[in-house]
Design a protein around this ligand. Structure first.
Ligand code: ATP
Ligand code: MG
Length: 444
């Protein structure tokens, strides 16, 4: 007889492990009253209801969650009926938002990972889940989640944790482990690879060897993900205060080569490490801005990631095709932005300023005294200057930035309008502007 396959704790069990408050330390008072109220009302009507996902994970780690997710046995229509102040939302799967003034708590019905045969689910040729609106039990709901640390359930009635997948042990060990068979789970949803890198950088966790192993081979599946979803996920990676770590993680797992192949080419081929140092400076700067609650924008991020390959192509256009220096940069920027947008959808309101910031860089290789006032006063010039500062770093060359900055100030430019800031706050983390307003318009 064959021995059973080794178990790693993520295989389906028939019952969860119930962990009392004394063993995890999290009391009801850690949760906002609105979340507790929703749990209470669902339970009154006989529905199971728990706090789940990232909010519970973050609380257990002593972090401040940005929102609270609730999972319940009640169907969305029932939830909708129980809470008058609620809305049904979602296309990929249906959720209910329960409103308290302007704020809402998301309530999701227990779901199952569909096999592809059920009504409501569709699977692509690569095994990717295209739709997964299949309701299930609490147990199904635990096993369809991505990482064990994201699959804990908090029962506010008795303050216990319900753990189907050894999530608490992983959380305490700082370990990210996919539930189930990693290859299959990445095929179902390649975005899980980016989520692994994201939680690794955000939480300072390490990705378990089995969970990390398939990424190098399966990375290209990210190209099958709808481009708008990729853009959203990349923003989460780079605009939430841990971009420098995320960049290192993407490279380590071979994913930068999939998402930003031209950036990876230059960084990997360059012996001096100058491009890498430039990107690290830009990302560290972005992280510092997030920490200081200043706006950051996808436009500046895109320009930063594309500057090294843009420069390389511009030099080729100049030396090879004899294009004038500035024109060579404008052309190179437009080529790289267009190529990049075929991989990851970047809305025009971010792509356009990014292209302008890149083209402007040619100017800085010349003398600020020759620059026209009209040019210096252009709306996004401040962002171009920010990128220059990262190019020259903090060495002797930094005087070049200082000279240009002076010229720009003389022309009447000024940083950080109030408008850019307030708009950024509305779009929350991941939406702001680095001297470019979050909507890509004039910000300084
Ligand atoms: P954060 O909100 O801090 O970014 P999170 O873990 O809450 O992290 P969400 O995208 O808000 O992430 O998702 C909530 C929960 O839904 C996750 O904790 C996880 O259990 C589940 N989940 C989210 N995305 C996936 C996915 N692609 N595959 C499987 N489960 C997922
Ligand atoms: Mg969340």
């Amino acid at each position: 007889m064959n021995p059973p396959p080794p178990r790693n704790g993520t295989e389906p069990q028939s019952e969860p492990r119930i962990i009392p408050r004394t063993d995890h330390g999290l009391g009801r008072d850690a949760f906002p009253p609105q979340a507790l109220e929703i749990l209470g009302r669902l339970e009154e009507r006989g529905h199971a209801a728990y706090v789940v996902g990232g909010s519970l994970r973050d609380l257990l780690l002593g972090r401040h969650p940005k929102d609270f997710d609730i999972a319940t046995g009640a169907h969305p229509e029932e939830v909708r009926r129980i809470f008058r102040n609620s809305r049904l939302i979602g296309r990929r799967f249906r959720l209910v938002h329960v409103y308290f003034g302007r704020h809402y708590v998301e309530v999701a019905t227990f779901r199952a990972t569909p096999s592809g045969r059920e009504a409501g689910s569709v699977v692509s040729d690569e095994g990717r889940l295209l739709r997964d609106n299949v309701y299930g039990t609490e147990r199904d709901d635990a096993y369809r989640r991505d990482f064990t640390v994201n699959a804990l359930y908090y029962d506010a009635q008795d303050e216990s944790l319900r753990d189907w997948v050894n999530g608490l042990a992983d959380l305490r060990a700082g370990r990210l482990r996919l539930i189930g068979e990693p290859t299959q789970r990445y095929r179902e949803d390649p975005v899980r690879m980016l989520r692994a890198v994201r939680f690794e950088s955000k939480l300072g966790f390490h990705i378990d060897a089995e969970t990390a192993a398939p990424m190098k081979d399966l990375g290209p599946l990210l190209r099958t993900v709808p481009p708008a979803r990729l853009f959203e996920e990349i923003n989460k990676l780079f605009l939430n205060g841990y971009a420098a770590a995320a960049f290192v993680g993407l490279r380590r797992h071979g994913l930068l080569a999939v998402l930003f192949p031209w950036t990876e080419d230059v960084v990997a081929a360059e012996a001096s490490g100058a491009s890498l140092a430039f990107i690290e400076r830009s990302l560290a700067d972005t992280d510092a801005r997030v920490a200081a609650d200043l706006p950051v924008t996808p436009a500046f991020l895109l320009a930063s990631l594309l500057w090294p390959p843009t420069r390389r192509l511009a030099v080729a256009f100049h030396e090879g095709d004899g294009l004038p220096w500035h024109e060579a940069h404008v052309r190179a920027a437009s080529v790289l932005i267009a190529r990049q947008r075929r991989l990851v959808e970047v809305p025009r309101r971010f792509a356009e300023p990014a292209q302008e910031i890149l083209g402007d860089q040619a100017l800085f290789d010349g003398d600020p005294n020759g620059a026209s006032e009209r040019y210096l006063r252009r709306s996004r010039f401040a962002a171009s200057l920010d990128l220059l500062r990262n190019r020259v770093g903090h060495d002797a060359e930094a005087s070049r930035h200082a000279l240009w900055h002076e010229a720009w100030e003389r022309s009447g430019g000024s940083h950080h309008t109030a408008g850019a800031r307030s708009r950024a706050r509305f779009s929350g983390p991941g939406g702001g502007g680095q001297n470019v307003a979050p909507d890509g318009s004039r910000g300084g």
